[in-house]
Design a protein around this ligand. Structure first.
Ligand code: 13P
Length: 246
């Protein structure tokens, strides 16, 4: 099981960052879970460069550019140098800020080129009765993965994050049977995009209002882990989350 704590912009000072990291290290040493922290970019190197624990680090995003005269951009190379071993790409909050499928595909190439493991986020804005949300997710997966070599496609982690379920409460999160349906669908699309049985090794995670109260029932579905936002930036709730599935 992989647990990714996406701190978003909730954590803005190193004192809070260090306290959450210390707790994560403790939790990682007590369980077999893979714990990954995605801090805001300026806090990444302060935590990740001296890290000797079982916790790993992710960038929340990378720029679509290479290095050079690009004021304000945070490149995949810089994230790798800051100690990240993963990078989130295509998060709905970045897509809302303008990242198209084409931009996500470009970022994915930079992430892979710097030996970071991409966490590709996909997910529909809303559900409909005609099943259009399935083709929406298929398009997000295909546009990102199709340009890659078969080898690179197999290096990607998929995070299914329906936008309608993000930033709510456990009660408003996805129903376990709907999550099973979607993960099976994602696996079907991956099987079309990857050769042989290699798609079966691609982890499929879920994100969207995962809290201590619903993580266990969601873990009972077909997911390989979780991408957690608000419940990962409170020490007590993150501890409870991890304990509930460890
Ligand atoms: P919440 O857990 O706050 O719903 O956020 C989910 C998410 O977007 C993680 O990337």
């Amino acid at each position: 099981m992989i647990i990714i704590a996406n701190w978003k912009a909730y954590v803005e000072d190193s004192k809070k960052a260090k306290a959450l990291f210390a707790e994560s290290k403790k939790l990682a040493s007590l369980s077999a879970l893979t714990i990954v922290i995605a801090p805001p970019a300026p806090l990444l190197s302060g935590l990740a460069l001296r890290n000797r624990s079982r916790v790993s680090f992710a960038a929340q995003d990378v720029s679509a550019t290479l290095g050079g005269a690009q004021t304000g951009e945070v490149t995949a190379a810089a994230c790798a140098a800051a100690g990240a071993s993963y990078a989130i790409v295509g998060h709905s909050e970045r897509r809302a800020a303008g990242d198209s499928n084409a931009v996500v595909a470009e970022k994915l190439v930079h992430i892979l080129a710097h030996d970071l493991t991409p966490i590709l986020c996909v997910g529909e804005r809303a559900r409909d009765n005609e099943g259009l949300y399935l083709s929406f997710v298929r398009e997000e997966l295909t546009s990102a993965l199709a340009p890659l070599s078969a080898e690179d496609r197999a290096r990607v982690i998929i995070a299914y994050e329906p936008i309608w379920a993000i930033g709510k409460t456990a009660e408003q999160s996805i129903e376990p049977h709907d999550l099973v349906e979607m993960t099976l669908y994602i696996r079907k699309v991956l099987a079309e995009l990857l050769p042989g049985k290699s798609s079966t090794r691609v982890p499929v995670l879920y994100g969207g209002s995962v809290e201590p109260g619903n993580i266990r029932e969601l873990a009972g579905s077909t997911v390989d882990g979780f991408l957690i936002g608000h419940a990962s930036v409170d020490k007590a709730s993150f501890t409870a989350l991890v304990r509930n599935i460890a």
